[in-house]
Write a protein that binds this ligand. Sequence first.
Ligand code: NAD
Length: 439
Amino acid sequence: MAKSEKTNKHTSTNMASYIEPAPIGDKENPFESMMSRFNKAAEILGLDQETYEVLKNPDKQVIVSLPITMDNGKKKVFTGYRVIHSKILGPGKGGIRYDMDVTLDEVKALAAWMTWKCAVVDIPYGGAKGGIVCNPRAMSIGELERLTRAYTSALVDIFGPDQDIPAPDMGTGPREMAWLMDEYSKAQGKTVNAVVTGKPLVLGGSLGRVEATGRGVMATALKAMEKLKLNPSRATCAIQGFGNVGSNAGVLLEDRGLRVCAISDQTGGYWNDRGLDLQDAIDYRNKNGGLLEGYPNADKITNEELLTAKVDVLVPAAKEDVITQHNADKIQARLIVEGANGPTNAKADEIIHGKGITVIPDILANAGGVTVSYFEWVQNRIGYRWGLDRVNRRTDRVLTEAFDKVYETAVKYNVSMRLAAYIVAIGKVAETYKFRGGY
Ligand code: NAD
């Protein structure tokens, strides 16, 4: 989503004076959280020790220091990461996150999740992820551009259409991808638009990419509701995170008849029994740079209240570790659709499963984004643009097939949808590894 210039207004030259909102999560080591699910799936699959070690350890971990001239003329050094977890299925693929909470462990976990995600939806990519420790909301557009270009330049040998293809994630959007493409292209001496996905349309972005992740959330939510015999036009929904994924998923779910009663972002949240008007809330967010305070016709709600609100469908679409062993027991939704990556920590899995709540796991629910990213890359490589209908039709087909495969696996092994998704993904990567072999 293109962020409005307002959200990037330079709020302070003194970064320390920017007050970070209180964290919503109960941070578990994200890599360990990913590994505990991986271990369970590996056990069910009877994965041999050699393959287990190969799939557990990331292929490559890069840390870069990026000295940037800030608008006040002073240099500030930022830390950036890029982790390629696996290239067994194809080139590395994964977003770049701008956030103060970015750590190497988080990027490692997110990179591994990308490997499993691409495998679940059966697209020929491995997994990667990147991030820069920064607060994009406290930086000017010029500072963000210099930071993005410096990051690209530092990783110019890592990125490439056949090597590692970045995309947007939290805190980044088409604008950052355009800078990245331009900087990479300059280094190659030619335009290479397939090096990155989630670009603006004029630079070779795909129709449907901006709303793709939200569309996948909507499509998998509807499939699950069908299985649960939940009628969309009678169902209520709460969405945490009102950025690209949350707001697009919200509009699409509203479109299919659901009543979205609660929304929130890092700056505030609202509740309305009768359902919120999401396009109106998006306009309010764009105008004010966040949900903040003062949105009319709704009551204020905290992020914690939203997670445990009485709704049928809960869509965590902000960040990881927001559903934990401390609040899982209070969740009232019947269905959780994970728009964010890793919103549920491993300790909460059992509690949620025990309560009979169905979870569409992140690696399936938010895979619409990487699916259309793949379509964008395909279009760039054949030098042709598909119409929106074709993109949406193919995305829906990919997600429906992936949902059915995960559902059948869950029934076959009598496990949760999350474990089933890991079984499908790890099984595929392990089988491919067997054919490719190693040293
Ligand atoms: P975004 O930056 O567009 O939006 C993030 C939203 O989460 C914002 O509304 C922000 O205010 C909110 N948020 C952040 N911290 C919060 C907090 N502490 N409390 C409450 N709200 C908070 O990012 P996005 O692209 O929508 O990504 C959201 C999640 O979805 C991330 O976990 C990301 O990894 C995942 N994801 C994104 C895509 C994609 O295509 N954009 C694809 C797959 C997964």
